[in-house]
Design a protein. Structure first.
Length: 255
């Protein structure tokens, strides 16, 4: 499968996935669905987050965008459940549930209305986290809902393009991507059905560097001071310590 880094994306539709086994098969990260709209939370978000932490697997999650739910409310609802992650905030932008026809080719509202709504969500996520969000989409969804808007060039892309080999088909006018969902049928030993699998667009070293920027670093310990004094010309050294945490002041006075 080349040297690109392998990861899974899961949800409540894929419960009890044996992540320890998946890791042994080479899986290096997991992304799970966190929320949909303003009232749906996937319980696997917290379950897999804890398992990933125990296994040392970087974890991320995403919100499923709905055109008919308030944009600000959706973004804040997702942020409420996002929690500790090693990926940017992610917005799943798809045709399903957002089109007027069964073939998902006619958006319920105009392309511009969709883009305005999506931009509000993305702006809030970026303002609240300080991190540029990632967009998950595919060629058809971006065409139907966004009219191939160049907005996609402003954000890192997670593209769904089920191709086991070769590069993904990118939504227009995208020219690059960060993650590629390449199959919905990745097999994990002992699990009863296939799961979505992804490749990070880069090797192991690039992946480690990428997730490190989203990992909170422990605060450095406070400065520790070692103070030594000497008698100078028969004089005395007086040390005054201020409140805890204040700088140390050393006063030397000659006799």
């Amino acid at each position: 499968m080349s040297d690109k880094v392998l990861g899974l994306d899961l949800s409540d539709y894929r419960k009890n996935v044996p992540l320890k086994t998946a890791k042994q098969q080479g899986v290096r990260f997991v992304i799970n669905k966190a929320t949909q709209g303003t009232n749906i939370v996937h319980e696997t978000n917290e379950i897999y987050r804890k398992e990933c932490k125990a296994l040392g697997l970087p974890f991320g999650n995403y919100m499923y965008w709905k055109f008919n739910r308030d944009a600000k409310a959706q973004a804040l609802f997702y942020l409420e459940h996002m929690g500790e992650v090693q990926f940017p905030p992610i917005v799943d932008f798809e045709r399903y549930y957002n089109c007027a026809d069964s073939s998902n080719t006619k958006p319920i509202v105009s392309v511009q209305a969709n883009l305005n709504h999506l931009k509000i969500v993305l702006n809030i996520l970026e303002e609240e986290t300080g991190i540029k969000p990632m967009i998950y989409t595919n060629y058809a969804s971006w065409n139907v809902l966004a009219g191939n808007s160049p907005m996609i060039l402003e954000y890192p892309l997670w593209v769904a393009s089920w191709r086991l080999y070769g590069e993904p088909y990118l939504p227009k006018p995208a020219v690059d991507y960060k993650l590629h969902q390449y199959t919905a049928n990745y097999q994990i030993a002992g699990y009863y059905r296939g799961v979505d699998a992804n490749k990070f667009n880069g090797n192991e070293a690039a992946f480690e560097q990428y997730v490190a920027q989203f990992t909170e670093q422990p605060e450095a310990p406070g400065k520790q001071w070692v103070v030594t004094t000497e008698l100078l010309k028969g004089g005395d050294s007086n040390i005054s310590l201020l409140n805890p945490g204040d700088p140390v002041v050393v006063k030397v006075s000659e006799v």
